[in-house]
Design a protein. Structure first.
Length: 265
């Protein structure tokens, strides 16, 4: 069996005819290379087409996700505007001296994100009755204890060793400004503390407590039952304080949390 074959190239003019001898081994290798190249090329094209399609779908999904996020932001914005309107209504009632009813609390709390805190479960999630939910809503510290300028915000990053640690908020107000309890509850502590000065601590139930410090004097005693909006003390500068203000805290199961989580507007 021959191991080679000839390739003859004959020009149409008078130039010399070329004769090449090619080994069958090289021919088979060339054919194999062409076949492998064709398969690799087809695979690359197919893979690129799939990647391009996936990338195109990803761009489309990203645009849809961005659109949905925008719509969600608009819904949240409208929801918070509604909360502010409800809160404004409560503030107007409070300014006019109208007591806040359980229905008022339920109405605002049903719109507020704090209504789904671990301390206040919903009936469909926990089996709590509507009457019990109303009591929970009455225990929510939603009313500002005093009107004034917040001079120091809540900050617990780094723990108590951090010099900026502040487990509540400081609200500057004139001396002898009435301090209002922020929700229904029972006075757990009313006395003098080296740091907080004259202070009041109210247990609202359901793991919620509020603290009022640096008072000039307290009007309640341990065991007193108080309702939201009742005057329990007056603004002062007792304890470790340099100017008249109220130090206000909210605690969940003994742990300080940002009061703004609950306060309405």
């Amino acid at each position: 069996m021959p191991k080679e074959f000839s390739v003859i190239i004959v020009p149409h003019d008078n130039r010399t005819t070329w004769n090449f001898r090619v080994s069958y081994r090289w021919l088979y290798a060339l054919v194999a290379i062409i076949l492998v190249g064709t398969i690799v090329g087809a695979t690359v094209v197919f893979t690129y087409a799939r990647i391009a399609r996936v990338a195109r779908d990803a761009v489309t999904l990203n645009r849809e996700n961005t659109r949905l996020r925008g719509q969600l932001a608009e819904v949240d914005s409208l929801r918070f505007e509604l909360i502010e309107l409800r809160a404004l209504g409560l503030q107007v009632k409070h300014m006019l001296g109208v007591p806040l009813s359980a229905a008022d609390s339920a109405l605002v709390a049903s719109l507020s994100p704090v209504a789904r805190t671990p301390s206040i479960p919903h009936e469909e999630e926990s089996g709590v009755s509507s009457g019990e939910q109303r009591l929970m809503l009455e225990a929510m510290p939603t009313v500002w204890p005093v009107k004034g300028y917040v001079t120091k915000e809540f900050k617990v990053t780094g723990g108590e060793k951090n010099p900026d640690y502040h487990p509540g908020m400081d609200i500057a107000a004139e001396r002898e400004t009435p301090v209002l309890v922020v929700a229904d509850g029972i006075v757990e502590m009313s006395g003098f503390d080296e740091t907080y000065g004259w202070m009041v601590e109210v247990d609202h139930g359901y793991g919620l407590r509020s603290v009022y410090g640096h008072n000039s004097r307290n009007l309640v005693k341990i065991g007193d039952r108080v309702t939201r909006g009742t005057t329990i003390a007056f603004v002062g500068s007792t304890g470790k304080s340099t100017a008249p203000h109220l130090h206000f805290e909210v605690r969940e199961n003994g742990v300080p949390v940002d009061p703004r989580k609950y306060l309405l507007n």
